[in-house]
Design a protein around this ligand. Structure first.
Ligand code: AGP
Length: 609
């Protein structure tokens, strides 16, 4: 959840590092720093705050030129945001930046303190630097020191390292946290992810677990477990600098909401063969789907909510039990290995520590695993037995939209694939389901986007409130949970989702005059029951915004405002309701002047447990 970047080469490193850090801020932004090689040695400038604060410090401290530097933007874990706790951290002849958590840092700190090592900060990272420096003092060799030091650490790390007496060299190693190398025209880079380097190059190499990298101005070298040095294999990313920019939108989140129609088409089309669902391109045969008798869906946050929606579709369409689990809870469940169980983990970033831990737990229990991931070649994608990528492209806003949307679209396709492989739906029914996701969903989203002004007006009702409730039944209850999370994480309004039938069992006591209640009611069979819940809350003063199908019976009768949805197919209705709640959250947060792309306290990829 922190951002790391490094550069060594013939160009000036300082502007490269600061530009890269500004892109990486979405990974964490409560403090920031840079360590740069100068003729007087490695100089460190760091501070609480964002990249603008660092640039002021760099000017004050006259650090404007260097050809070798590392930088870091932080999401605090150990020790609050402060100048002292900001990275980089120095210990002796070593300066490093870190993404991850050293879980045994207290024991290491006690051991070093007994050896009279003193510490300035509260961070686990400074301890890691001290461990590395102690190993370096004992051998005076960076490679040996890195191996010795990391062998003492448990937890997750991606390190960028400078050694005082190795000018021009940047060293790196990772375990459990992402780190990539990149080759530019004027030198070599390392970074937490590719978006930071798109302004400079598109050639990258994903550092493998435990692999050590040494970068100089003219060479990148890798050292694996056998201590044999080799050169990286460079790949060309499909991302472009534009794809990491806002393309004229005020926020990345709004851009990414508008990208959803295209993202669905990109995610679904590779899984259609002659109009039928096919995952052969993902290395998954229809025989594989025939063996699936039980699905455990495991994820965090919005990905969990996608799993709730997808699980409902899997159970109704594929007739397969599909329970959803919060990843941080799943790993404490005794593994229930029902024959034919498939564990499906969902992650936009592919690096979420809780989801990765749950994946490893499922694998240790001997369960087959399938990952639905957006960021390619990430740890979760690589470690799962099977992977199905959502081709949504880079998602920069902390609040996921197209990531979630494409996860649901892929789950629809998996449900169709299982149902068709098992003969539970005909070719014609399978083609209709595929068509509805591939065609109706993008169209429905586009049509809802055209209602943005109406939704902006509605959001005025929410923007002044401290509490908002979302209610729904079945699929709509699952959608309510994503709707509530979107609103609270970017507008800071307390928003909760409730099963509509549950309100009378306690929650309804919270309803006061003008309390906003958004009732999502797209399931025809449940419409009347949800309408009675709407009447319950309205009779107690609630202001109800009803999100329902355009053919619903007299929707205005029981609501203060209505958002009408297309009825061409379930997929059309569902993805339109998703777009509506995303836009309501966005417009509400905009009215409240919130930092929509980088909400307080959050990070895009939570790579700590
Ligand atoms: C959603 O808007 C949040 N950013 C968060 O809940 C996120 O979905 C969760 O942290 C999981 O992230 P992942 O999909 O990258 O694993």
């Amino acid at each position: 959840m922190c951002g790391i970047i490094g550069y060594t080469g013939s160009a000036n490193a300082i502007p490269k590092i600061t530009k890269g850090l500004s892109v990486l801020e979405y990974r964490g932004y409560d403090s920031v720093g840079i360590a740069a090689r100068t003729e007087l040695g490695v100089k460190t400038v760091k501070c609480k705050g964002r990249i603008g604060a660092l640039e002021e410090r760099l000017t004050q401290q006259k650090l404007s030129e260097s050809q070798c530097a590392i930088g870091h933007t932080r999401w605090a874990t150990h020790g609050g945001p402060s100048d002292t706790n900001a990275h980089p951290h120095r210990a002796g002849r070593v300066v490093l930046v870190h993404n991850g958590i050293i879980e045994n840092y207290k024991e290491l700190k006690e051991m070093l303190s007994r050896a009279k090592v003193s510490f300035l900060s509260e961070t686990d990272t400074e301890v890691a630097a001290a461990v590395l420096n102690a190993a370096y003092d004992a051998c005076n060799d960076p490679l040996t020191a890195i191996r010795t030091a990391t062998a003492q650490m448990t937890g997750s790390y991606a390190f960028g390292i400078l050694f005082d007496d190795h000018p021009g060299e940047v060293w790196a190693i990772r375990s459990g946290s992402p780190l990539i190398l990149a080759k530019g025209e004027d030198g070599f880079y390392l970074a937490s992810d590719m978006t930071a380097l798109l302004p400079f190059t598109r050639e990258y190499h994903i550092l493998k677990e435990g692999e050590i990298a040494r970068l100089t101005a003219t060479e990148a070298a890798l050292c694996g477990a056998a201590d044999a040095w080799c050169s990286p294999t460079w790949s060309i990313t499909s991302m472009t600098p534009e794809s990491a920019q806002k393309s004229g939108f005020e926020h990345f989140m709004l851009k990414e909401i508008h990208e959803q129609p295209e993202a669905i088409v990109k995610s679904v089309s590779p899984r259609i063969k002659n109009g039928l669902p096919s995952f052969e391109a993902d290395g998954i045969s229809s025989d594989f789907w025939k063996q699936v008798k039980n699905i455990q869906i495991v994820a965090c946050g919005s990905a969990t909510h996608a799993g709730l929606v997808g699980g409902s579709v899997l159970e109704r369409v594929a007739k397969v039990p599909a329970a959803s689990y919060i990843a941080s809870e799943y790993r404490y469940h005794p593994p229930i290995a029902v024959d034919g169980t498939l564990v499906v983990v969902i992650s936009q970033s592919g690096e979420t520590a809780d989801t990765l831990a749950a994946l490893r737990y499922a694998k240790s229990a001997g369960l087959p695993t399938l990952a639905i991931v957006n960021a390619v070649e990430t740890t979760i994608a690589r470690e799962a037995d099977y992977r199905v990528y959502t081709y949504a492209g880079p998602e920069i806003a902390v609040a996921t939209t197209k990531g979630y949307c494409t996860q649901v679209s892929v789950l629809y396709m998996i449900a169709a694939a299982i149902a068709h492989a098992c003969g539970r739906i005909s070719d014609e029914e399978a083609r209709e389901l595929v068509r509805s996701v591939a065609e109706d969903a993008p169209t429905a989203i586009t049509e809802m986007l055209e209602k943005t002004e109406t939704l902006r007006e509605m959001s005025k009702r929410l923007a002044q409130k401290d509490h908002v409730f979302y209610i729904g039944r079945g699929l709509d209850y699952a959608m309510s949970q994503e709707a509530a999370l979107k609103l609270k994480e970017i507008s800071y309004i307390h928003a909760e989702a409730y099963a509509a039938g549950e309100l009378k069992h306690g929650t309804i006591s919270l309803i006061e005059q003008d309390t906003p209640v958004l009732a999502i009611s797209t399931e025809e069979a449940l419409y009347d029951k949800t309408e009675s819940n709407v009447r319950e809350v309205r009779s107690r003063g609630a202001y109800v915004i009803l999100i329902c199908r355009q053919d619903a019976r007299d929707p205005g009768h029981s609501a203060d405002e209505v958002i009408l949805l297309p009825t061409k197919s379930e997929a059309a209705t569902l993805f339109a309701s998703l777009t509506a709640v995303q836009l309501l959250a966005y417009e509400t947060a905009a009215l409240r002047g919130c930092d929509i792309d980088r909400p307080r306290n959050l990070a895009k990829s939570v790579t700590v447990e």
